[in-house]
Design a binder for this molecule. Structure first.
Ligand SMILES: [Mg+2]
Length: 375
């Protein structure tokens, strides 16, 4: 039996070239068993104060609960963590904290079983998934923004998901005509086969009628989905939008729990649900949402926009899920993808293939973790 000996939350900071070198933050979690097996997880807390809070919940709340327990008895550990945070949990900081610990325990369970995680999830449902470049549209002028995406396809990607109204010099994101013109120019530049997914996102505030009109105008250029054009909890807005467009609506990445996803699936407006194992109470939480998606006949999509640890977890989960269509990558080199692990989690010829090592199937470089760690 491998008992849990240590759980160490490690807040890190790094510049992200996918966002003009903006400093991003997250919390890595290192779990070690008494017999020396190490597993890694991540809590995608992002804000400095949230990273500190997550680290406190883990070291002062979750570690005392789990120390000495079997590392590979994950259902029991997950329930124990949820019961501990009952008063302040069901979302937020507590869900982020549970996520990182749960992910690291799954990594250890895979290492004990000497199997890649997708095998512990019931095996592959896809041999591979199309590689999607997920980027922020942030260059100056439409031509530069189109050219950047064309470069992604020339580098091998077969699909793109484009976040609007992000930091940078772009005026795309907010004005309906500007945004529709961009999608039209992009479709013409990329041809009919290219996957184009539109992520309107948090920076845009449209009323429902504008969101409907933009959906239908962009729909003429065959976009794969239309993500978060309205505030995520605007249930009435999403219902009206879904009733007035044939374009698939995506949302969900702001949910934290299975209960939140179930509520949205019962509402029935959203077809594609963003899910992040570093947020939704871990790999265990992700699998519960995946099971719901099967029941409600919905698509799920791993958010996968942070470190290689979350990318690896998301890749195993996505390839083992019957409900996924693509796999997202950050197209620009970033230290938490390229240097954090010995072998980069990356596509081959436009496809994401399974990682075959045991557990998460990555080797985390502790020297890089310590270099990025915030005091
Ligand atoms: Mg999004």
């Amino acid at each position: 039996m491998s008992a849990i000996a240590k759980i160490e939350p490690i807040p890190i900071a790094y510049p992200d070239p996918n966002d003009f070198g903006t400093i991003r933050r997250t919390v890595l979690v290192r779990v070690e068993t008494e017999d020396g097996i190490v597993g890694w997880g991540e809590c995608i807390a992002m804000w400095p104060e949230a990273c500190k809070a997550v680290a406190t919940v883990i070291s002062q709340g979750l570690l005392p609960q789990l120390r000495g327990d079997r590392a590979d008895d994950i259902d029991i550990a997950w329930e124990k963590m949820r019961r501990h945070v009952w008063w302040y949990g069901e979302g937020g900081i507590a869900s982020l904290a549970i996520s990182g610990v749960d992910m690291a325990l799954w990594d250890i369970a895979g290492k004990i079983a000497d199997k890649p995680l997708y095998e512990l999830f019931g095996g592959l449902k896809h041999k591979r998934l199309p590689a999607n470049a997920s980027s922020h549209v942030n260059k100056k002028g439409e031509a530069a923004c189109v050219a950047e995406v064309v470069d992604f396809f020339e580098a091998g990607f077969v699909s793109c998901k484009l976040g609007f109204a992000k930091k940078g010099e772009s005026n795309i994101g907010g004005d309906p005509d500007t945004d529709v013109n961009f999608i039209r120019a992009l479709r013409h530049a990329l041809g009919d086969e290219a996957g184009i997914l539109v992520d309107i996102g948090n920076g845009v505030r449209w009323d429902v009628d504008t969101a409907i009109s933009v959906a239908n105008r962009m729909g003429e250029y065959n976009i794969g989905w239309y993500e978060e054009p309205l505030y995520p909890t605007d249930d009435a807005g999403y219902k009206k939008l879904a009733a007035n467009t044939k374009v698939r609506i995506a949302s969900g990445e702001r949910e934290f729990t299975e209960a939140g996803y179930r509520r949205q699936m019962e509402l029935g407006a959203v077809e594609v649900f963003g899910v992040d194992p570093a947020r939704v109470e871990g790999i265990t939480g992700f699998r519960r949402v995946d099971a719901l998606a099967s029941r409600f006949n919905k698509i799920i999509n791993a958010h996968a926009w942070s470190t290689a640890i979350t990318s690896a977890a998301s890749l195993h989960l996505s390839l083992a899920s019957p409900n996924t269509e693509i796999f997202e990558f950050k197209p620009f080199d970033v230290v938490v993808q390229n240097e954090l692990v010995e072998e980069r989690v990356w596509h081959r010829d436009g496809w994401a293939y399974p990682l075959e090592g045991s557990g998460l199937g990555i080797e985390v470089r502790e020297d890089v973790v310590r270099r990025l760690a915030e005091q």
